[in-house]
Design a protein around this ligand. Structure first.
Ligand SMILES: Nc1nc2c(ncn2[C@@H]2O[C@H](COP(=O)(O)OP(=O)(O)OP(=O)(O)O)[C@@H](O)[C@H]2O)c(=O)[nH]1
Ligand SMILES: [Mg+2]
Length: 445
């Protein structure tokens, strides 16, 4: 993607799946205006929409629609941009695309290429680009709110401020190294630098504490449904999903593999995973299924341990480190005096009558809401950010413990930490990163 980015003019369908009411084809690059002039005649004034007939070079009519131009640098990409608002038919878009691709110097855009150009031209930092991708993919209200906040660049502002602290610290240390005798480098600067780094480490730690919250909002709160074979796990998944997702039968060992369903609970994405019943077995396939069940529970934010209220007590599979709710199943088969009481950590349900299901949904929702930090502060929202922050944190730790080491070594730790922060916002080392970040975008973005 990084070849010839500045020379080419690119275009793509930027609106959704066809057929649709409208289709928007976007162009960006030095030949964008020439191309639309060839197709549509006179250009309208910048940022004003005008009705135009779009034609082939021989004058055949392709479609009538609207044209708007955005001269660079005041455009999304920073280059000359144009948008053709067409009728959203497949053949219309195919015909206009064919004509555009025939113009020399114009080609179809690759995934994320418009955003990559915007980034390259300094329109926004890398975290904002990532947040824009999240905004496009957002399915739930919490995802949308999170992405739109992140797209304001608030994380970049925070990381840039932290980076400034480190750059200043380094400058002071280097001044001391270069001019140890000078009067205007006050005594030893070390205590001052060390104090500011210690403050910064506390801030980074507070930020990293919430890393799982960011992941939960973006990727979903994970709930694993586990228990003995035949306990009623798949029936529970179907009841919660309100459709027949998993096969249910009275044969123990029906579910062999994990089955996932995503729900939207009060705006939060919640991913339920049905798993194979856990028991001693010699079957290789079943053993693999059980290993996957355990892995799903290990990954989960909440474990629903399903126990057959009518059956013999099954040995407990336990995830001591996990938030676990016990779900007594098939309570329609029990009499009212049954001793399997509900408690804050246990609930009785029947998927046959629907008893207790709404209550369970409410409890899952409450757990998901609780897991998401109620903070207005920015949260890290990509594994990439967390990894760089952790690396920065490590370097700062070494710095703090290097009071007795030569100042050059201490300054080097500060440099490593500030480089990590710089990589998050995309100020340095972007070569390898760009393809990773932007190739996940859709075409036309
Ligand atoms: N009466 C009654 N039967 C139920 C209920 N839930 C499940 N069952 C029955 O219990 C049997 C097992 O249900 P499944 O949902 O397949 O159980 P499972 O835990 O997924 O079983 P495996 O996948 O084999 O581990 C089926 O015959 C279901 O119809 C319930 O609430 N009431
Ligand atoms: Mg099952």
């Amino acid at each position: 993607m990084q070849s010839r980015p500045d020379m080419d003019t690119i275009f793509a369908l930027s609106s959704g799946r066809l057929p649709a009411g409208l289709a928007v084809i976007r162009l960006s690059g030095p030949a964008a205006f020439e191309a639309v002039r060839a197709m549509a005649g006179d250009l309208p004034p910048p940022r004003y929409m005008a009705r135009r007939a779009f034609r082939t070079p021989t004058g055949a009519l392709l479609d009538r629609g609207l044209l708007v131009i955005f001269p660079g640098p005041a455009s999304f990409t920073g280059e000359d941009c144009a948008e053709l608002h067409l009728h959203g038919g497949k053949a219309v878009v195919a015909a206009v695309s064919r004509e555009l691709a025939n113009i020399p110097g114009i080609r179809i855009a690759e995934a994320g290429e418009f955003s990559q150009r915007a980034f390259t031209n300094g329109k926004f930092d890398l975290t904002t680009a990532e947040a824009l991708a999240d905004l496009i993919e957002a399915e739930t209200e919490a995802q949308r709110r999170f992405a739109v906040e992140n797209a304001s660049g608030r994380n970049a502002t925070l990381y840039a401020r932290w980076r400034d602290v480190l750059i200043q610290g380094r400058a002071l240390i280097e001044a001391e190294l270069d001019f140890p005798e000078e009067d205007d480098v006050p005594g030893s600067v070390s205590p001052q630098v060390w104090a500011s780094v210690e403050d910064l480490v506390r801030e980074i730690d507070a930020h990293l504490v919430h890393q799982r919250s960011g992941e939960i909002i973006r990727d979903g709160f994970r709930v694993a449904i586990v228990g003995a074979p035949n306990a009623g796990k798949s029936s529970l998944l179907n009841a919660l999903a309100r459709r027949d997702v998993a096969i249910v039968s009275d044969e123990p060992g029906t579910t062999r593999d994990t089955v996932e369903v995503a729900l939207d609970l009060e705006g939060l994405k919640v991913i339920l995973t049905d798993t194979a019943g856990i028991r001693e077995t010699t079957g290789t396939i079943e053993r693999e299924g059980i290993a996957r069940a355990r892995a799903a529970a290990d990954r989960a934010d909440l474990v629903l341990l399903v126990k057959d209220g009518t059956g013999p007590a099954a040995p407990d599979a336990a995830w001591p480190a996990k938030r676990t709710l016990t779900v007594w199943s098939k309570t329609d088969l029990l009499d009212d005096t049954d001793s399997r009481e509900t408690s804050p950590d246990a609930i009785r349900i029947s998927t046959l009558t629907g008893d207790g299901v709404a209550d369970l949904v409410a409890r899952i929702t409450a757990e998901a809401v609780k897991a998401v930090a109620r903070t207005a502060d920015p949260l890290p929202f990509r594994e990439r950010h967390v990894n760089e922050l952790t690396a920065a944190r490590r370097a700062l730790d070494s710095f703090i413990h290097s009071r007795d080491a030569p100042l050059e070594l201490a300054a080097e730790q500060l440099r490593m930490a500030s480089d990590s922060l710089a990589r998050i916002i995309g100020v340095i080392d972007t070569e390898d990163l760009l393809d990773v970040v932007f190739s996940r975008f859709c075409i036309g973005k």
